[in-house]
Design a protein around this ligand. Structure first.
Ligand SMILES: N=CN[C@@H](CCC(=O)O)C(=O)O
Ligand SMILES: [Zn+2]
Length: 383
């Protein structure tokens, strides 16, 4: 196994409570894992060396919520929202039609391009959902294509009720034959639990669908409390979901329930930005002891951005997080939202999963919004 000594790290943010920030640091990569971390002056010898010339290094971004398998364009819907149109999920049907009409190769190329775009911005792990197929064959196809890019695939047949189905029949399909066909290609099941949308699912439908998913061996994550205050957060805690995502509208009871649970609250500030919605307070969640994550929710309707640095900047500016809390939420927090122990931390035995910043400190992610300073290690030092 080849070992590589990475030096020239002005500031290393590890997320390891033993040594959270190391200045003038070095890391030794031993194949795919981290073999050593510490001050450069104490670094051991290795087979190869990379000098980063005074850059900061952080754990790779973990984007734990995305909908990358889609075709078509909804920029006109975005423009309408900027002049006051509300979002209610109705535009999902437009993407479903375009996605069904695309060939496998077209869809695969679109996903490849989006994953590459993420990689160039420092994202090293991505979760990808289905949900723009809404037939058995189209949902299976979406998950198979997603699996070509990540192990973190999520079955979201319960995105909306398609216009040609009755609600009752569609819930039966999603929790029955569609689930059986999709489960082999997914790690997670998700439901758009949102009674404020006429297209999405209520609390009982959500409970029914996730119970079937769990019985089929899938783990649970939910969309909740996006468009208005609803039952999503409480249902997520009740069913033991790994994460409940959006959390735009939260009551004190929701926050108390999250604080007493293992469910991560995943914040998606790009959605508030792109739907002109109020930002939830990340500060309030952290102060209450809730585990939080940050993700992009990259999708054609509510946030067509794949940029985790943008999400960090928004979380700092609009959600009350410090730069350190925001970067932690986008790495360690989102790793926890995916129940992953091997990523999100730079420590011995963890995956060699680093993001390099063209800047001296992690703080520049929020300090320099819109500037492309984050990149993956292999871009800085191609092998
Ligand atoms: N809200 C549900 N799903 C996506 C948006 C889907 C769409 O509008 O295409 C979200 O996470 O915001
Ligand atoms: Zn989503």
């Amino acid at each position: 196994m080849t070992t590589t000594l990475v030096t020239g790290i002005a500031e290393l943010l590890t997320n390891d409570p033993e040594r959270e920030i190391v200045e003038d640091a070095a890391v030794v990569l031993a194949g795919d894992t981290i073999g050593w971390v510490g001050p450069a002056a104490q670094a051991p010898a290795a087979d190869e060396a990379i000098d980063l010339g005074g850059r900061a290094v952080i754990p790779g971004f973990v984007d734990s919520h995305s909908h990358l398998v889609f075709a078509g364009d909804r920029s006109a819907e975005f423009a309408a929202r900027m002049t006051g149109e509300p979002y209610d999920g109705g535009g999902i049907a437009t993407t479903v039609a375009a996605t069904r009409a695309a060939s496998d190769d077209e869809l695969r190329a679109l996903v490849a391009h989006r994953v590459e775009e993420m990689h160039h911005q420092g994202t090293t792990t991505v979760e990808i959902k289905s949900g723009y197929g809404l037939t058995i064959d189209d949902e299976v196809r979406a998950l198979k294509i997603a699996r070509e890019f990540t192990t973190e695939t999520t079955y979201l047949g319960a995105h909306v009720v398609p216009s040609d189905a009755t609600r009752e029949a569609y819930v039966d399909l999603v929790a029955g034959p569609m689930l059986r066909a999709c489960a082999p290609h997914a790690r997670w099941i998700d439901v758009f639990c949102e009674p404020h949308s006429p297209h999405a699912f209520d609390a009982d439908e959500t409970r029914h669908i996730v119970a079937a998913g769990r019985a089929a061996g899938l783990r649970i994550r939910l969309h909740g409390n996006q468009i208005g205050h609803g039952p999503g957060v409480q249902v997520a805690v009740e069913v033991g979901a790994a994460s409940v995502d959006h959390c735009t509208y939260l009551s004190d009871d929701d926050i108390a329930a999250l604080a007493g649970s293992d469910t991560v609250a995943t914040l998606l500030p790009g959605v508030e930005f792109s739907t002109r919605s109020p930002y939830p307070s990340g500060r309030r969640l952290l102060d209450a002891g809730v585990s939080i994550a940050l993700a992009s929710d990259c999708n054609p309707g509510t946030c067509y951005s794949s940029s985790m640095p943008l999400m960090i900047a928004l979380a700092v500016r609009e959600m009350g997080l410090t730069p350190l809390e925001a970067v932690r939420a986008a790495t360690l927090g989102s790793a926890r939202a995916l129940r992953r122990e091997d990523i999100g931390v730079i420590a011995v035995g963890k995956r060699a999963d680093l993001t390099v910043l063209d800047a001296p400190s992690y703080r520049h992610l929020a300090y320099r919004p819109g500037v492309p300073i984050a990149r993956s290690l292999d871009e800085v030092s191609p092998s």
